[in-house]
Design a protein around this ligand. Structure first.
Ligand SMILES: C[S@@+](CC[C@H](N)C(=O)[O-])C[C@H]1O[C@@H](n2cnc3c(N)ncnc32)[C@H](O)[C@@H]1O
Length: 289
């Protein structure tokens, strides 16, 4: 951890915020942008040029130590921008990933193309997918489930931040016969999910930061990582509903294989890195084909 005295010894004049930013950037390689983001939150008087108080500099050094452990800055800022809106985030609820914005984009395209009136989502997390879909498509109803109390509490906070009457979030398993998806499903429903998809045996190989900060329940796709896809595909097949999922970068072939065992029209789309990342499945006998 950086010590205040070491830091100040590299600054000739009084340690103003600007001198600290310069020192942290040149000596310790902390990106300037991260420093400005942090300092404008730590010190409401930063713009007026006041020097840092004792508490502010303590908090700054703690924040820098967090970044040096390889943890994302987002948790320090308490929010992220997702699909052009700011959402609260929190430790213990999956930090939304950039590629998931594309899942929202694909869902919006699907909703424009087909007469979808309802979206149901397995795994609300912070609510970014469901709320973005509800806000972008005010003519449809969106319901998002999560088994985690923390996730639903955070989704509710984000819903208050972005009020819309066509969104609801529900605590409990998506699959629960009494409280799950069947409560709101219509014949024109699209199922959307970024489910847990890491095989249990791969969890210990994830980065320390992911293991420490993202909840296991949001990552663990059970034995082969495909548990949730199999269940969602069975539901899609039973009700003849389209399904749009984010998938692991190496799961395209497994999903192609699963889709042949049930009659689905399947389209797998890559992310910007060229990896298989999204699966669109439409049951062959559904009224959309
Ligand atoms: C990969 S995270 C996705 C979170 C969020 N949609 C996102 O993309 O940032 C998967 C979420 O599924 C939730 N989950 C796991 N099993 C579930 C179940 N049976 N029913 C509903 N949600 C579940 C987890 O708690 C977690 O929040």
């Amino acid at each position: 951890m950086i010590k205040w005295n070491d830091l100040v010894s590299s600054i000739k004049n009084q340690p103003t915020w600007n001198a600290l930013i310069q020192a942290l950037h040149t000596t310790y390689g902390v990106p300037r942008r991260s420093l400005i983001q942090l300092i404008t939150r730590l010190s409401p008087h930063y713009c007026q040029g006041s020097p840092p108080t004792f508490n502010e500099r303590k908090r700054l050094l703690k924040a820098i130590s967090w970044l040096q452990q390889g943890h994302p800055i987002d948790y320090l800022l308490g929010e992220i921008v997702f699909y052009n809106r700011s959402f609260y985030i929190q430790r213990g609820v999956l930090l939304p990933r950039v590629e998931t914005e594309w899942l929202v984009d694909l869902a919006c395209q699907f909703i424009r193309q087909y007469p979808i009136d309802t979206v149901i989502e397995l795994g609300a997390g912070s609510g970014v997918i469901g709320l973005s879909l509800a806000l972008e498509n005010p003519h449809i109803q969106v319901a998002a489930w999560d088994i985690s109390q923390r996730a639903i509490a955070l989704t509710k906070q984000n819903h208050s931040r972005h009020p819309c009457s066509n969104f609801q979030c529900l605590l409990g398993s998506f699959f629960h016969p009494q409280t799950g998806y069947e409560q709101v499903c219509t014949p024109n429903t699209l199922i959307v999910s970024n489910p847990p998809y890491i095989p249990t045996h791969d969890l210990p190989h994830l980065s320390d930061s992911v293991q420490q900060l993202d909840p296991k329940q949001a990552l663990d796709g059970k034995q082969d990582g495909l548990f949730f896809y199999k269940k969602l595909m069975a539901i899609a097949n039973r009700h003849q509903l389209p399904l749009l999922c984010e998938i692991g970068f190496n799961q395209g072939d497994a999903i192609r294989h699963l889709a042949t065992s049930i009659p689905f029209m399947l389209d797998i789309k890559p992310d910007l890195a060229g990896h298989d990342r999204f699966a669109i499945l439409i049951p062959k006998n559904s009224n959309l084909t």
